[in-house]
Design a protein around this ligand. Structure first.
Ligand SMILES: [Zn+2]
Length: 255
C-alpha cells in the first residue's frame, strides 16, 4: 500500500491537475485576475512548522511549472529568511500567516501594531500582497476578528484568504486533520458556503479532479504533513492523531 501525504503522492496530485488541463494560480493571482475562473486550481500552503518541508514542496511544484502561495508564521523556528527567499526565488508567492490577536490575548490595538511589525519583517525580504490567519484551535481568539476593527486593505494587500474569496463560487479543500474531508477536523480552518465533496484520501481527490470540476478549486495544504521521510511522516501522523482527538472534543463541546 502506498502511503498518503508523502511528497510522492503530492507529485501525483500535481500531475493529475495538469493532466486535467487545469490552470494553476497563486492566491494573489486569483484575487487580482479577471472573472474567468473556470478550470483553475489555487495553491495555498500554510507553513505552521518545519519550513524545510515547505521548500521541498515548493521544489516539487516548481518541477511542474506550478506556483503557489506559502504563508509563513513568524515563530522563530518557522520564519527562516533563507528558506523564504529560496521559495520566493522559485517564483512562488510568499504570504504572512498571522496570529496576532491570539498572541496579544484579544488586545486589538496591540494585535494591529504587531501585525504591522511582522508584515514589515516579511517585506524586508520579499513582496507580500496576501495574508491568511493561523487557526489556533485551542485559543479563544479568532485571528480574523482583527478585521472587524481594522482593514487589511489599508496595508497594500490584495486580500485575506478567508475573507476575500467568495466560497460560494470556489471549492475549498484542506488537508487539515490528514483528510480532505471538509468538516471533520476543522475547528477554525473552514469557510462557510456551499456543500463540499466528502473526500478522505489524496487518491479520492485525484479522482475527483479527474472527473471534471465546474468551479475553481482552492487547495490548502500544510507542507509539514507531506514528506517522504518515514521518521518525519510517523511523527506527523502521531501528532495528527493526537490533535484530531482533541479537536473531536472541541467540536463536540462547541456544537
Ligand atoms: Zn496555520
Amino acid at each position: 500500500m502506498q502511503l498518503d501525504f508523502t511528497l510522492k503522492k503530492y507529485e501525483q496530485l500535481c500531475r493529475s491537475i495538469l493532466a486535467a488541463g487545469l490552470r494553476t494560480f497563486t492566491i494573489s493571482e486569483f484575487l487580482t485576475s479577471a472573472t474567468d475562473h473556470e478550470g483553475i486550481v489555487i495553491f495555498r500552503h500554510d507553513v505552521d512548522r518545519n519550513p524545510l518541508q515547505a521548500l521541498s514542496m515548493a521544489q516539487v511544484e516548481n518541477k511542474y511549472g506550478i506556483r503557489g502561495t506559502y504563508y509563513f508564521r513568524t515563530k522563530t523556528s518557522v520564519f527562516r529568511t533563507d528558506i523564504i527567499q529560496k521559495i520566493s526565488q522559485l517564483g512562488h508567492e510568499i504570504g504572512y500567516h498571522y496570529e496576532t490577536l491570539a498572541e496579544c490575548r484579544g488586545n486589538y490595538k496591540d494585535a494591529m501594531a504587531l501585525f504591522i511589525k511582522e508584515l514589515n519583517m516579511f517585506r524586508e525580504i520579499c513582496r507580500v500582497t496576501s495574508i491568511s490567519m493561523h487557526g489556533r484551535p485551542l485559543s479563544k481568539y479568532d485571528n480574523r476578528d482583527l478585521w472587524q476593527k481594522y482593514d487589511f486593505l489599508d496595508h497594500e494587500l490584495y486580500g485575506e484568504c478567508y475573507l476575500s474569496i467568495d466560497y460560494n463560487h470556489v471549492l475549498y479543500l484542506s488537508d487539515t486533520g490528514r483528510t480532505w474531508h471538509p468538516t471533520r477536523y476543522n475547528v477554525r480552518d473552514k469557510v462557510s458556503g456551499q456543500t463540499l465533496p466528502e473526500l478522505e484520501t489524496t487518491d479520492e481527490l485525484i479522482q475527483f479532479i479527474g472527473a471534471g470540476m465546474n468551479k475553481p478549486l482552492c487547495l490548502l495544504t500544510h507542507p509539514n504533513r507531506w514528506t517522504d521521510s518515514p521518521l518525519i511522516w510517523g511523527k506527523e501522523w502521531l501528532l495528527d492523531q493526537c490533535v484530531n482527538r482533541i479537536k473531536e472534543v472541541l467540536i463536540w463541546v462547541r456544537r
